[in-house]
Write a protein that binds this ligand. Structure first.
Ligand SMILES: Cc1ncc(COP(=O)(O)O)c(C=O)c1O
Length: 460
């Protein structure tokens, strides 16, 4: 029998309690309303206390978190959440997260966690293979696509300035030769934020006209040079469209420019033979940002940066050659902005291992088919679809902008499902993003019924 002290040090009670409560949450998430109700939000008051003078026992801390925290979550892991581009969580990834929590590894260096470093090596190779990217890319696991965009742009900045005889890591941006940055008119705000963090500024970019689906027009690209970065998109957050990568990369590379791809979710379409044509040409770029917490349904936070010229990534991200000098094998922290960080590769490995190529392909294809089902149902009800539904994103208008806004807000309040609003080509739209493994045909039917019922009640 364990002594009281041994029991306390392993935390068996608190872990069992947390597991029990988490399992109850996971089992109930499909039945509950998607957005929390007003009383659930009201109950968050419970957390607004001054910093406690004394300790609380761990079990009561977990109990409070579950009692007042769980109801105030948004049920993004159920089957009827279609907001932003938020994936659910695969069971293997969630289980791996629990084990990784017990491990509490610092993934900065191989010496700190051989397993974390090993799994990063493995998943980076798998992802290059799955997304049809060059096998010798180097990469890092970051929090999100915004951070991945930033990291890739820092590598691009280093490489282009190095060619111009300027060491940005040592001498910074003040007085550096100017870099031209080109984006599409429908660039995602996160890429602009990454550009501003990297010292390029949001206002200094050249914006290239896009077509009716938000694709950058390759024929409208300005003259480029060896000191230009062209940011393109695989998967527009609204329409799901893909920039014409092959043509843009060809033109950019003829002129020595660096092409960066924001492929936060869209790049994953490349795993499916049915949708692979959409990602053709993106493999020709120089750097890529994507997320596994979106379409692949790995838990947060799971951003991935990949760079063709690994030495540029390492030069931009190395903490210091003298400080904790890397061994001969890949050291995670020399590929990301962070040093200490959690071992996010554990869940990423578990999620991808549990799916395999065929499971990932099935997830991508099924969610795209469910998006088509939404399109058909909404058209049949007389509403207008504003985009060509090429992957998992659907834009619907219920009438004029004011009516659409009102219907969106009533759908959110109703709780059957959750969709957000957006602006598309000057119009307000509701955006449906089918991104979760948990979504079934029945979830789509139930959500469509709610959307039509609510719109009709508004007189549409
Ligand atoms: C195209 C694109 N880029 C970047 C992002 C930002 O992703 P994250 O929130 O992981 O930084 C998104 C989010 O939906 C996106 O769709």
């Amino acid at each position: 029998m364990a002594t009281k002290n041994e029991t306390a040090s392993t935390g068996r009670e608190v872990l069992s309690l947390a597991a029990e409560r988490a399992i109850k949450y996971a089992n109930g998430v499909r039945q509950r309303r998607v957005a929390p109700g007003a009383p659930d939000l009201q109950a968050l008051e419970k957390f607004r206390e001054t910093f406690p003078e004394g300790p609380s026992d761990a079990e009561s801390v977990i109990a409070m978190l579950d009692e007042f925290g769980s109801p105030a979550t948004v049920a993004t892991t159920g089957g009827r959440y279609f907001g932003y581009v938020i994936g659910g969580v695969l069971p293997a990834a969630m289980g791996a997260n629990w084990l990784a929590g017990a491990w509490d590894q610092n993934a900065a260096l191989r010496a700190m966690s051989p397993i974390a470093a090993e799994l990063e090596d493995v998943v980076l190779r798998w992802i290059c293979e799955a997304l049809n990217l060059p096998a010798d890319c180097e990469g890092g696991l970051v929090t999100c696509a915004t951070a991945a965009n930033f990291t890739a742009l820092a590598a691009a900045r280093y490489a282009l300035l190095k060619k111009a005889g300027w060491d940005v890591a040592e001498d910074g941006m003040f007085g550096a030769p100017p870099i031209q940055v080109v984006v599409g008119a429908e660039v995602h705000a996160s890429a602009l934020k990454a550009l501003s963090l990297a010292g390029f500024g949001k206002r200094r970019v050249t914006s290239v006209e896009s077509d009716g689906q938000g694709r950058m027009r390759a024929d409208k690209l300005p003259k480029l040079s060896e000191r230009a970065i062209v940011c393109i998109q695989a998967g527009n957050v609204n329409s799901g469209s893909f920039d014409p990568a092959a043509e843009i990369c060809r033109r950019a590379q003829e002129q020595g420019a660096w092409v960066h791809v924001d492929g936060a979710f869209g790049l994953w379409a490349g795993v499916s033979p049915r949708y692979r044509h959409l990602t053709d040409g993106f493999e020709l770029a120089d750097s890529w940002a994507t997320d596994a917490h979106k379409w692949p349904n790995v838990n947060y936070d799971s951003g991935i940066v990949l760079v063709r010229d690994g030495s540029a990534l390492r030069a931009a991200m190395t903490l210091s050659a003298a400080y904790l000098a890397p061994g001969t094998r890949r050291e995670p922290m020399h590929h990301t902005p962070e040093a200490s960080r959690r071992a996010r590769g554990v869940e990423l490995w578990a999620g991808l291992k549990s799916l395999g190529r065929s499971g990932l392909c099935e997830l991508i294809e099924r969610t795209c088919l469910l998006a088509k089902k939404f399109e058909r149902g909404l058209l049949a009800a007389g509403f207008q679809i504003l985009n060509e539904v090429v992957i998992n994103q659907v834009l619907v208008s219920f009438g004029d902008d004011a009516i659409t806004r009102e219907v969106i807000s009533r759908i959110q309040e109703d709780g059957t499902c959750w969709c957000g609003g957006t602006e598309w080509k000057g119009r307000t739209a509701m955006r449906i993003s089918v991104s979760s493994w948990a979504t079934t045909e029945a979830d789509v039917d139930r959500s469509l019924e709610a959307m039509v019922r609510i719109a009709r009640a508004r007189g549409v």
